[in-house]
Design a protein around this ligand. Structure first.
Ligand code: S3P
Length: 173
């Protein structure tokens, strides 16, 4: 796909736990591109503080402004695979930057996301704090609410990768 990409960046979008970082690292190796994690850039920019701390100290709007700034900087670069934060799709201006490259939505069922996130814990994911109930149920409920707000925004991506898509393609061979 390199001749088609012409050095443009690939932006992986999707909910928390959808595998953007894992898939992004592998994809960057396959393509011979560099890998960048947007959350990590924001953490470095703010001064080596975690995303959870940024939310706690400065609030979500501050984080979102930094995220937009990081995406603007990334949009000036080439030959990168970028793992974006799960909420990067919400602000229309972020799409102005991401549409300079190719965006791919990793669409994973919410049940699978909740299972993966519970397995690693929610400490690093501030938007999943403060729910009552058992860990799986509260994570699933919160993810469902976030997905209701954001589902349409993920669909702005140039391509969607889901297990059904892959199974359907394999089945057609
Ligand atoms: C967020 C997802 C996180 C991080 C922040 C907000 C979201 O990134 O950007 O906690 O709004 O969904 P990951 O998707 O990499 O967990």
């Amino acid at each position: 796909i390199e001749p088609y990409l012409k050095g443009r960046c690939i932006y992986l979008v999707g909910m928390m736990g959808s595998g953007k970082t894992t898939v992004g690292k592998i994809l960057s190796e396959v393509l011979g591109y560099s890998f960048q994690d947007c959350d990590t850039l924001v953490e470095q920019e703010v001064g080596e503080v975690s995303v959870a701390e940024i939310f706690k100290l400065y609030g979500e709007d501050f984080f979102r402004d930094k995220e937009t700034e990081a995406l603007r900087e990334l949009s000036l670069m080439h030959r990168l695979v970028v793992s974006t934060g799960g909420g990067a799709v919400v602000r229309p201006i972020n799409w102005k930057y991401m549409h300079k490259g190719i965006s791919v939505w990793l669409d994973v069922p919410l049940e699978a996301l909740a299972q993966r996130i519970v397995a690693v814990g929610t400490d690093s994911r501030p938007l999943l704090h403060n729910e009552s109930g058992d860990a799986y149920t509260k994570t699933f409920m919160r993810l469902t609410a976030l997905f209701e707000e954001r589902g349409d925004a993920y669909a702005n991506a140039n391509a969607r990768v889901s297990l059904e898509n892959i199974a359907a393609k394999l089945g057609r061979r």
